[in-house]
Design a protein around this ligand. Sequence first.
Ligand SMILES: *Cc1c(COP(=O)(O)O)cnc(C)c1O
Length: 378
Amino acid sequence: MVDLIRQYEDIKEEINASIDSILQSATFINGPKVHEFQASLEHYLGIKHVIPCANGTDALQIAMMGLNLQPGDEVITADFTFAATVEVIGLLQLTPVLVDVEEDTFNIDPDAIERAITPKTKAIVPVHLFGQCANMERIIEIAEKYKLYIIEDNAQAIGATYTFLNGEKKKAGTMSHVGSTSFFPSKNLGCYGDGGALFTNDDELAHYIRGIVNHGMYRRYYHDVIGVNSRLDSIQAAVLQAKLPHLDSYCETRRRAARFYSENFRGLDMVVVPKMVSGCEVICDSCDCHVFHQYTLRITNGRRDALAEYLKDNDIPFGIYYPVPLHRQKAYADERYKEADFPVTNRLVEEVISLPMHTELDEEQLIFISDTIRDFLT
Ligand SMILES: *Cc1c(COP(=O)(O)O)cnc(C)c1O
């Protein structure tokens, strides 16, 4: 599904030099590289504050702590996503409220959000799934109407751009009170271990969060709030600082692979290719709305599992993201949830299949993968 070795080979000298500078200075925690990377990412995203932390799950938890969400507060998020989002809601004893998603973008459905709002609702956590943004135009409108916080889970869409109806463009993760991301190795901007970050334009919130990530300290050994220990270590920052200048070209390479796939599956009735929120029919060079963390097809003739078997037999990697909706996971099941509230998620878990997607896919591989799938389906 990913080829991190070949990606490393291409930028080996930059990475090694960057890591070497940490080894030579022994500034393993909170060293200058962390600050350098933080500033570079602030500049790239066009945001005032980036606060690095240990991983993307921590980033979500710290965001909720930073907004002072309290036990019993309801937090609305998508049923069709990775569990990290709902996990931290549970850990903080907040009440998760899972809602359905849109079938064409896989992202949280704004109408479902609005239906789920109660007097206890405090925040919405849209997940920008598979590399493109949720409907932020509507989500921001809803949040303003009901005075709710928005936390963007941007673990899968770093580098994507969202265009508002008035033409204004913003980077994924920077459109709300606070955004979070993950630098897990297979994410679009991945380090060589765990890493994460929070983004905000709010000076006061940024200050508060910088204390939370460091044991609640604003002055050394004075603990003003209960915090956590969640740091991005300098070696990971060194890797990220070397990779950030390549992020846009990595996203472009992913888009090219996606375009190749989509063009090859055109005309197959039982295959639904990913839809671009921009409305573009084909994925064009200026389609910066999608960074294809995953390239996910829907197989609508009931043969998804048979296709998966066939790919396995042909040594083609694939992923089923996600096979079980969160509302049916043992840890998160709750009698509040009714199957009838999740028609789209319940269908998607049966239909989705994600194809190999990374920065090192060459034409030969793309042809082999597409042809194999076409052969099976036609
Ligand atoms: C990867 C991911 C996370 C968690 O990030 P980690 O760095 O692995 O903790 C959270 N949310 C989504 C949507 C993710 O894809």
